[in-house]
Design a protein around this ligand. Structure first.
Ligand SMILES: Cc1cc2nc3c(=O)[nH]c(=O)nc-3n(C[C@H](O)[C@H](O)[C@H](O)COP(=O)(O)OP(=O)(O)OC[C@H]3O[C@@H](n4cnc5c(N)ncnc54)[C@H](O)[C@@H]3O)c2cc1C
Length: 497
């Protein structure tokens, strides 16, 4: 039962110290206040809508968190109402969720706090210019491609259909055409943002430009983005898919990747994610290459080194559209398990790929048995930096640099069933990254960049690797002077310490 408005108001004006008896007590009260302000959009434990939200997170470490209530605003005005109410309850902690694919527990869900679930703000429209897509932050990339494909337009969104817009774009975003057009966030021309004051503002190249830049790589530190306006590209069907090969091809795979990553072979039309996979229950190693070409041209020369490798267990190579490809990539993921992502970056050199693979193989073989673990080492490229001064992001790459040619992005992703294996799997992922970094140092190719969307919160700090921290702190002070997004939003990459 809700408290009456009068008694809620009285309670709100009492000092927070009176209510600091427990975090849970505070958030329960905040939930009651929110329920009194936003009709039918606040959901409590035990209800169907609450359960559907909690279980729609991709991985167990977010699904096990149980907020005191979940607010599902249906428009930016309701987001503003929510933030104003939370501002008046400073001891209440809250999480901001878009697609719920973040792999760090507590980044977009929370125990004993309030989860602001943005999935009801999910409209996808092409504006009258026929070029700009206006996307509600709660949409999923599969929904976006489905709309854009009917207009022969596309963009650099997530390659898996289930990934959300908000986390992906605010962390950078690497899509199917990334090596040609840059990070997904670089095509954003405007964001609608709700600040801790409850003000709803637009951030773009001319209005709030510092905030505009900060939100492209600064994630949830400044406000809640409700809508992203993005310049799309003309794009019909293109060629690509995934080839799975037996472990016997590993030496050829490492050579193919090394050849493809040699700077003089760079071709912005092609993209490759080479995954070395260990399936622990079967004690089996495999290799999977997800390869895409930005045009509807089959078997381009630049990707021949991968397509020629035999034997192949399966191949889905074809000409199709982004919607279809994104559902295929999603089907390869293993949701509803425990998972960890961790990442590092190094400069390409002829000898390092084989060494990194050797470290990973030894590491995979030591993973605990009987935990139903799948471990993948994925190697790929980093998109080119934004060069247009009106489109800069906060990822820290100098416009004159060429990361797309020079750098290799490493992702280690582990998924497992047995919760008891968690500590060991997490610890060994950290050991693996440390070993790769040591090898990169020895080879003289170490690089400081850690990609936010792939980083692990227990031992990585991507915001400290971009050289942008001071600027981001200034923007946070200007747009969130009370520090709500630092103190009350406990999940995510924080600006302090
Ligand atoms: C199966 C899978 C495939 C992936 N594929 C790719 C890929 O192809 N390319 C790539 O670059 N990355 C990829 N990723 C990583 C992905 O980009 C990140 O996990 C991203 O954070 C997910 O966004 P989300 O909205 O689903 O996440 P959420 O879990 O909802 O949010 C992640 C973080 O962003 C913050 N946030 C979310 N929405 C907002 C908002 N509106 N305003 C402010 N802050 C917000 C949250 O508070 C949280 O800290 C993949 C991940 C998975 C699990």
């Amino acid at each position: 039962m809700s408290l009456s408005s009068a008694s809620l108001l009285t309670l709100c004006f009492l000092t927070p110290f009176v209510f600091s008896t427990s975090i849970e007590w505070n958030s329960n009260l905040a939930c009651q206040i929110l329920a009194s302000k936003i009709n039918n959009r606040v959901f409590f434990p035990g209800g169907a809508e609450y359960n559907a939200s909690v279980f729609s997170y991709a991985y167990v470490q977010q699904q096990i968190l149980k907020p005191s209530c979940i607010v599902k605003p249906s428009d930016s005005a309701e987001v503003a109402t929510t933030l104003k109410a939370l501002r008046r309850s400073p001891a209440t902690q809250f999480a901001i969720r878009s697609g719920g694919h973040g792999t760090n527990g507590g980044f977009s869900n929370i125990d004993s706090g309030v989860t602001v679930d943005m999935t009801s703000i999910h409209g996808v429209d092409i504006l009258e210019d026929g070029i700009t897509a206006s996307i509600g932050t709660g949409a999923l990339w599969g929904d976006v491609y489905a709309v854009l494909d009917t207009h022969n337009r596309s963009l650099n969104g997530g390659r898996a259909s289930g990934v959300g817009i908000g986390g992906f774009l605010s962390g950078g975003g690497i899509g199917f055409f990334a090596l040609q057009y840059g990070f997904g966030c670089d095509a954003v021309v405007n964001m609608e943002v709700v600040l801790s004051s409850g003000d709803i503002i637009n951030a773009n190249a001319t209005s709030n430009p510092a905030l505009f830049k900060a939100l492209k790589g600064g994630q949830n530190n400044f406000g809640v983005v409700t809508r992203w306006d993005i310049t799309t590209i003309s794009k019909g069907e293109f060629w690509g898919g995934s080839i799975v090969y037996p472990n016997s091809t590993t030496a050829k795979q490492l050579e193919a990747f090394t050849h493809w990553k040699t700077p003089e072979n760079f071709d912005p039309s092609s993209s490759v994610e080479q995954s070395h996979v260990y399936i622990e229950p079967l004690q089996t190693f495999l290799v999977s290459n997800s390869i895409f070409y930005t045009k509807p041209r089959e078997f381009p020369l630049n990707l021949k080194n991968y397509t020629d490798i035999q034997p192949q267990i399966s191949s889905t190579l074809r000409i199709s559209n982004a919607t279809d490809f994104s559902y295929e990539v999603q089907s390869f993921s293993t949701p509803n398990q425990s998972s960890i992502y961790a990442t590092t970056t190094f400069r390409m050199c002829p000898t390092i790929i084989k060494k990194v693979h050797a470290i990973w193989k030894a590491y995979a073989e030591k993973l605990p048995h009987n935990a139903t673990i799948t471990s993948s080492l994925t190697l790929q490229s980093i998109p080119p930096p934004a060069t247009d001064p009106t489109k800069l992001n906060s990822l820290g790459f100098d416009p004159a640099s060429t990361p797309q040619k020079d750098l290799v992005l490493v992702l280690i992703s582990n998924f497992w069933e047995n919760p008891e294996a968690g500590a060991q799997v997490r610890g060994s992922a950290a050991d693996f990254i440390n070993d790769v970094d040591r090898i990169a140092e020895e080879e003289g190719v170490a690089h400081k960049f850690r990609y936010m969307n792939y980083a692990d919160a227990d031992f990585q700090q991507p915001l400290h690797t971009t050289g942008q921290l001071d600027d981001l702190r200034k923007v946070a002070l200007e747009y969130d002077a009370i520090g709500m997004f630092q103190r009350q939003v406990t999940g995510g990459w924080k600006l302090y310490p």
